[in-house]
Design a protein around this ligand. Structure first.
Ligand code: SF4
Length: 462
């Protein structure tokens, strides 16, 4: 089986290949390196095998491990699936210690050597994030919001291995000289909270803070707002509030790098939607730990029993921010979910598109509108969505500024239905206005959420 390792799996410069075609590589061996002095991350092989292609965008390795070609729904599921909230699987063989260990003399060196990047989807190189010490009163926040509906793997990690996340968190706290740590999590994650409380029983350096149950409570500035009581501007970083925010899986990868000298060679994710394996009809979704980097998405689908029905769209990531994927797309350090959605509904009316900076933006909404076969009457951005650093950022994530003006504008442009990517709070406002104008409302997340048996975004309580 061929594994494809993309050279850009992070923010910053692409990694530079350090292997040649025909070369034999070991599991954990570097395939590409971060360019000297620049922002980036090393890339390591998740399999033992032979390099079969070195291209501008990727390196490919033909694996000689039979083990990786067998199923992963094994004993771990039976163990992990009982008594925990989330059905969980661990990739067969992923726990073995037959990898090339990384070398380093400090926590920061080990994090850089391991190629750790933000596993929540942003992909910012973690060594760079932790390289600047915080001032007095500095706070390290573990972002355990997992606010994308349907995603479960970060919560499952805390249910099953709270000590691993806490260990990584403490190494990160030491690196940035944080006086204190806070775990930001939703109260409804009761089993994860109980596991954390058990693991923190005799500690006073880390506490738990509850986040509101809204999307996007896990947006970095939303987390800082809730924990610090300070609203950062769209182009400000948590550092300016004396904080560093770290995703749960990222913390676990730090623990692996420091304690086990293990590079990043796998990714945790959530599978949800139209998979044939029984767990999906029973429980809608499952966490998959340690899928090997570089493996084709189609191989994971195969191990989940294949797709049970026509799939409208395969999404890599969460329902709000994920991107369409193909079966030959490789798993990267940013693949947080593989969601197999039902076919698209047909739009019979002219659509008005309302884009969100934290959810579906212009490009994604236009893509969905085309897949729904709908004619587009116009496009508006939420008024809190502002250009910042080459993208769009929300001024105050998840707090609706009012949507009547935008909906009325789309109505005047000829729209008789809306396709929106809005956060929960804004969606509820849109619904109220649209109802008065007799406009139907479609949400960018509908297909995935219906398929995964999750409640739709409309009328969620905040
Ligand atoms: S306020 Fe607007 S831009 Fe911000 S999260 Fe909600 S819909 Fe998106």
């Amino acid at each position: 089986m061929i594994y494809r390792f993309m050279l850009t799996q992070h923010i910053g410069h692409p990694a530079v290949p350090c292997v040649k075609a025909g070369q034999t590589v070991l599991r954990g061996q570097r395939l590409a390196v971060k360019p000297n002095g620049k922002l980036g991350a090393h890339i390591h092989s998740s399999v033992k095998g032979e390099v079969c292609a070195v291209e501008d965008l990727f390196v490919e390795v033909e694996a000689d491990e039979k083990r990786c070609e067998t199923g992963f729904f094994g004993a771990d599921f039976d163990r992990a699936g009982i008594g925990v909230l989330t059905s969980s699987f661990r990739w067969e063989g992923s726990g073995e210690s037959d990898y090339v260990p990384i070398k380093g003399n400090s926590v920061l060196e080990l994090i850089e050597e391991a190629g750790i990047v933000g596993a929540g989807g942003a992909g910012f190189p973690t060594a760079a994030k932790l390289s600047r010490p915080l001032g007095p009163g500095g706070l390290l926040i573990l972002n355990a919001a997992e606010c994308e509906p349907a995603l479960r793997h970060n919560t499952a990690l805390l249910e099953l291995e709270p000590e691993r996340a806490l260990c990584g968190m403490r190494h990160a706290m030491a690196a940035v000289k944080a006086a204190e740590g806070v775990i930001a999590i939703k109260e409804k994650r009761a089993r994860a909270v109980a596991a954390l409380r058990g693991a923190l029983a005799s500690s006073s350096d880390i506490s738990i803070r509850f986040l509101p149950d809204i999307y996007p409570s896990g947006e970095e500035r939303a987390v800082v707002r809730e924990v610090r009581g300070m609203l950062l501007g769209p182009d400000q970083l948590p550092w300016e509030a004396g904080c560093v925010v770290l995703n749960t899986e990222t913390a676990a990868r730090i623990a692996d790098a420091v304690e086990k000298r293990k590079p990043v060679i796998s990714k945790d994710m959530t599978l949800a939607g139209q998979y044939r394996a029984k767990v999906f009809s029973d429980r809608g979704s499952a966490a998959l730990f340690d899928a090997p980097l570089g493996i084709a998405v189609g191989s994971i689908i195969e191990r989940a029993g294949g797709l049970s029905a026509d799939c409208g769209e395969l999404i890599a990531g969460g329902p709000f921010t994920g991107k369409p994927a193909r079966e030959d797309s490789p798993v990267t350090k940013l693949t947080g979910g593989l969601l197999a959605a039902m076919p698209f509904l047909c739009a019979r009316e002219k659509l008005g598109l309302l884009a969100c900076a934290c959810g579906a933006g212009q490009e994604r909404l236009m893509d969905i509108a085309a897949k729904m076969g709908g004619e587009t009457a116009g496009l508006e951005h939420c008024k809190q969505s502002l250009p910042a650093r080459g993208a769009r950022k929300c001024e105050n994530p998840g707090k609706c500024p009012g949507q009547a003006e935008k909906v009325l504008s789309l109505y005047r442009q000829g729209a008789r239905a809306l396709l929106i990517g809005s956060c929960g709070d804004c969606t509820n406002t849109v619904m109220t206005v649209a109802d008065r104008l007799s406009m139907s409302v479609y949400h960018s997340t509908d297909g995935v959420l219906r398929t995964a048996g999750e409640g739709l975004i409309r009328w969620r309580k905040s």
